[in-house]
Design a binder for this molecule. Structure first.
Ligand code: TYD
Length: 196
């Protein structure tokens, strides 16, 4: 089973992922927690480009969308292997992030992004953790280094893109969960939906 956690930067995905893993392990399930961008060579390059900063123009949109997709195909073999081994996989971000973030560059269309991700494994559940951008920014205030996407105006657009993702990907099991509360409460709601 593949479970994806999505949301804007500062939405609390990592804590939820960790807590969900612990709860499922208590119930004796085999869990593999993973994330995108990966720690591999393409993921490293992505983080470098984000930290350095670049123009939000057509060309950079293509560079970044292709890098995120390439990193994802690089990640895919391991995901498929873990599914075969019977793991429940929790991925902190997946291709839904590209649908939410990269259309912020002019000329990076949903149709092209859809095409780039045609051959990837579809998740069983996609939980989009939703919180107001102000709260996300507040939660990130203790992070030492912030990259070019972690700004209010940028994240407002990303949040909007997430909120219409269910219409863009109607065949996917996309569930919105508000995460402006204690992580334990959010995880309880997720567990109820998973029926595990
Ligand atoms: P990073 O700090 O590594 O991830 P996180 O904040 O989730 O721990 O930075 C990844 C950034 O890349 C984050 O702002 C989300 C963004 N991103 C995209 O724009 N497109 C994508 O496809 C993915 C996977 C991430």
């Amino acid at each position: 089973m593949l479970i994806v956690l999505e949301g804007i930067d500062g939405s609390g995905k990592s804590s939820i992922a960790q807590l969900l893993k612990e709860e499922l392990e208590k119930r004796k399930y085999k869990i593999w927690l993973t994330k995108e961008p990966t720690k591999g060579p393409i993921g490293r390059l992505i983080r470098e480009f984000l930290a350095k900063g670049h123009k939000l123009n057509e060309n950079w949109g293509r560079v970044m969308a292709l890098l995120f997709a390439a990193d994802r195909y690089y990640h895919q073999e391991e995901i498929k292997e873990k599914i075969r081994q019977g793991y429940i996989i929790i991925s902190d971000r997946y291709y839904h992030s590209t649908f939410a973030y990269q259309p912020n560059y002019p000329g990076t269309t949903i149709e092209w992004i859809r095409e780039l991700h045609r051959y990837l494994e579809k998740p069983d559940y996609v939980f989009i953790l939703d919180i107001p951008v102000e709260l996300a920014i507040e939660r990130m205030s203790d992070r030492k280094k912030r990259h070019m996407y972690e700004k209010k105006e940028f994240l407002e657009k990303v949040r909007y893109n997430y909120l219409r993702l269910k219409e863009i990907l109607p065949n996917e099991n996309i569930i919105y969960i508000s995460n402006d509360r204690l992580p334990e409460e959010t995880v309880k709601e997720i567990l109820k939906i998973l029926k595990l």
